[in-house]
Design a protein around this ligand. Structure first.
Ligand SMILES: Nc1ncnc2c1ncn2[C@@H]1O[C@H](COP(=O)(O)OP(=O)(O)OP(=O)(O)O)[C@@H](O)[C@H]1O
Ligand code: SF4
Ligand SMILES: [Mg+2]
Length: 330
């Protein structure tokens, strides 16, 4: 669920006005003289047991948003609340507990798994770090999770290099589940895998969600996957959400000019193609100096009077989605 969409269940994740920038250059005293503006005021919510997809072209800030949410990238403004508790404001044990309620699965399981540890240790590592468990308990938990992700008992004592990419991603998913998280952040979890294996991992994630009531934040280039996988979607452009709402509505009948162009460029995706007048070729603008007015103005073929003003994410007439464009109709 994204900004302003009413929910019945309380959100597992609530992000408000999140802003992340990185130093791009420094003076001789080491002070930042310019910044990369990676995430620019993102608000979103994901209800328990639901799934929100984040789509947008390379460099728009998807991974930075994910990392800020789980506490791996510091943010300078905004807030992240998990189960209603503010992550940044928490301290000590409470912060550690909140941290364990969120886990992330990366695109490349190879680099996220310590190659020297056997599978049972990799899977139970987050519990090992938390402390208070004997080796026998860690092994038993790893065996239960390995079975849940489709690994066999004899796999538990092997090293990660003995597995295929798909199996390594199963190990990474089991590891992420070891602390019984409320929220799983999935950053391009299938894009490094062969096409035939991608569907298996997607089906596994959907099965785990049904069985365990997991809540997902899925980051993906693949709009067809997001439409299949997610209840809701948020489309990102230059660190902002430009359109959000139910995945079927937004991806089936996009209203923001950027969403329309993004979908038209997605391979084999059925969507109303934008007219040529709506599309202007160009690169993602430099995020060291944010544009004034609508961030999409330089590339938008529909730009007109009024677009030089900053655009809010406003609810459209269909009542279910939001778009950051004064010309978008619901
Ligand atoms: N640690 C960092 N230091 C400086 N700039 C960074 C850092 N991490 C990301 N960026 C920049 O922030 C912007 C957003 O990057 P991010 O990786 O979040 O994009 P993305 O949407 O995940 O892209 P992709 O689809 O290629 O994974 C980019 O301009 C990137 O170069
Ligand atoms: S506000 Fe103007 S420039 Fe921005 S997306 Fe809408 S029509 Fe295009
Ligand atoms: Mg990324």
């Amino acid at each position: 669920m994204t900004e302003g969409i009413d929910t019945i269940a309380p959100p597992v994740l609530a992000v408000s006005d999140l802003t992340v920038r990185f130093p791009a250059s420094r003076d001789w005293l080491g002070r930042a003289t310019s910044h990369v503006h990676a995430v620019n005021g993102v608000s979103l919510q994901v209800r328990g047991g639901g799934s929100l997809g984040i789509v947008g072209e390379s460099g728009c800030g998807k991974s930075t948003l994910a990392q800020a949410i789980i506490g791996l990238a510091p943010y300078e403004k905004g807030s992240v609340a998990i189960d209603g508790q503010d992550f940044q404001a928490s301290q000590g044990r409470q912060k550690r507990d909140l941290r364990q309620k969120m886990q992330i699965v990366f695109q490349d399981p190879q680099s996220s798994l310590d190659r020297r540890l056997p599978v049972w240790r990799l899977i139970s590592e987050p519990l090992h770090i938390r402390g208070g468990h004997s080796n026998a308990e860690l092994h038993a938990k790893a065996a239960e999770l390995a079975a849940a992700v489709g690994l066999r008992p004899e796999h538990l004592d092997r090293l990660p290099h003995e597995f295929s990419g798909g199996q390594r991603q199963r190990i990474a998913i089991a590891r992420a589940m070891s602390t019984d998280p409320d929220l799983m952040v999935l950053d391009e979890p299938t894009s490094a895998l062969d096409v035939s294996v991608q569907a298996q991992i997607v089906n596994l994630l959907l099965k785990l969600q049904r069985e365990r009531g997991l809540t997902y934040l899925l980051i993906s280039h693949d709009v067809a996957l997001v439409r299949h996988f997610c209840d809701d979607v948020a489309v990102m452009y230059l660190g902002q959400i430009v359109e959000s709402g139910p995945a079927d509505a937004v991806l089936g009948n996009p209203r923001h000019p950027y969403t329309r162009t993004l979908l038209a460029s997605a391979p084999s995706f059925e969507t109303p193609l934008p007219t040529l007048a709506e599309v202007r070729i160009g690169e993602l603008p430099n995020n060291r100096k944010l544009p004034t007015g609508c961030f999409y103005r330089e590339r938008c073929g529909k730009a007109a009077n009024g677009c030089e003003a900053p655009q809010d994410l406003r609810r459209l007439g269909d009542g279910v989605r939001h778009a950051r464009c004064h010309l978008a109709q619901g």
